[in-house]
Design a protein around this ligand. Structure first.
Ligand SMILES: *Cc1c(COP(=O)(O)O)cnc(C)c1O
Length: 344
């Protein structure tokens, strides 16, 4: 079976964990600070805070903006449930918004229609590693939370995503772009937000009481993250190389391939095509030994029984995510291409 996604783990990660285990400093400590410094330097922000996962990063990001009951947060309808959960954690109202057929990211015109006096933030997810048109969203003068869980290293107008929003989040879950098993990070340029998140992430040894969390990462996880981060540019190069081979081969087929935009550079966390008989093609690809997937389990409006998300529902019916990851071999790429050609 050619797997759909696979973490790229080598001797260096194993050596890093071993060192931490033998050092006896297992929970959040020196390694985490090192990971945070290197991550903020890589993304190009003043601050980075590592967290237990991407969901806790989102929760802290919303808390840092003071979002609470009565507030509305606009989120894309076509994204992972974690985004919806985080908005509900703070008691705010999630306002779902349809996506664009061009880049599968939250649609700017639709967002404008959903803004009210109560809108306190917009979560912009850079879906599948393809940067959203962030300039437009920044022009709205509403705090932007970039969710770059799919897109560390992706660029918009020469700057990395996760450096534009007021506060931004990443995930290092096992199958994400780089991994720490479970883990996440928040980036920001704002000292006040940084201080607030640092305070909320851990509960102990505080002068006064308030509701705080245990959203710390471990030094074991951070030590893997440091090694993964040192390889991220080679991961990106490899993914872009595979995407270029797919592009070249699928260009002339009756499928829609990921679009390329002049202002941005995708990191191809997912390589998704759109096909008419998706369910049949998906089934036959799997029978041929290639694990392909629906990249999003369900649009959020389907969980909440809300009508009227035309693009999300159309894309959800047609989209098919193909294997793409740094360790995918040449003969495997070739098999994916040949099988698609036969099964379409
Ligand atoms: C994975 C993911 C998250 C949540 O991250 P976890 O580390 O699994 O909590 C949030 N947003 C997006 C877009 C994701 O893909």
């Amino acid at each position: 079976m050619i797997l759909h996604s696979k973490p790229t783990i080598g001797k260096d990660e194993i050596k890093a964990i071993k060192e931490v285990l033998l050092s006896c400093q297992l929970s959040q400590g020196k390694k985490t600070r090192e990971f945070e410094e290197k991550f903020s330097e890589y993304i190009g922000t003043k601050y980075a805070i590592a967290t237990s996962c991407g969901t806790s990063a989102l929760h802290l990001a919303l808390l840092s903006l003071g979002i609470e009951k009565q507030d509305e947060v606009i989120i894309p309808n076509y994204t992972c449930c974690a985004v919806l959960n985080a908005v509900l954690y703070v008691g705010a109202k999630p306002v779902l918004c349809d996506i664009s057929e061009e880049d599968y990211n939250i649609d700017f015109q639709e967002v404008k229609k959903k803004i009210t006096k109560r809108t306190k933030a917009i979560i912009v997810v850079h879906l599948f590693g393809q940067p959203a048109n962030i300039d437009k969203f920044l022009s709205l003068s509403i705090p932007i939370i970039e969710d770059a869980a799919h897109a560390p290293g992706a660029e918009y107008k020469g700057k990395k995503v996760g450096s534009f929003g007021k506060v931004n989040v990443f995930s290092f879950y096992a199958t994400k772009f780089i991994t720490t098993g479970e883990g996440g990070a928040i980036t920001t340029q704002d000292k006040k937000i940084y201080d607030k998140i640092m305070d909320l992430r851990e509960y102990d040894k505080k002068a006064s009481y308030r509701l705080r969390y245990n959203y710390k990462i471990t030094d074991i996880a951070s030590s893997i993250g440091i090694v993964q981060l040192s390889k991220i540019d080679t991961f990106i190069k490899k993914r872009r190389y595979i995407a270029s081979i797919y592009d070249r081969n699928f260009n002339s087929l009756p499928v829609i391939i990921p679009k390329i935009f002049p202002n941005s550079k995708s990191v191809y966390y997912r390589y998704c095509i759109r096909v008419k008989n998706r369910d049949r093609v998906k089934k036959e690809m799997i029978q041929s030994g290639i694990e392909v997937k629906k990249p999003i389990f369900k649009p959020l409006n389907k969980y909440l029984n809300l009508p009227g998300f035309k693009n999300s529902e159309k894309i959800d019916k047609e989209i098919l995510s193909l294997p793409i990851y740094p360790s995918l071999k040449k003969n495997e790429i070739e098999k994916v291409i040949q099988t698609i050609k036969v099964k379409l």
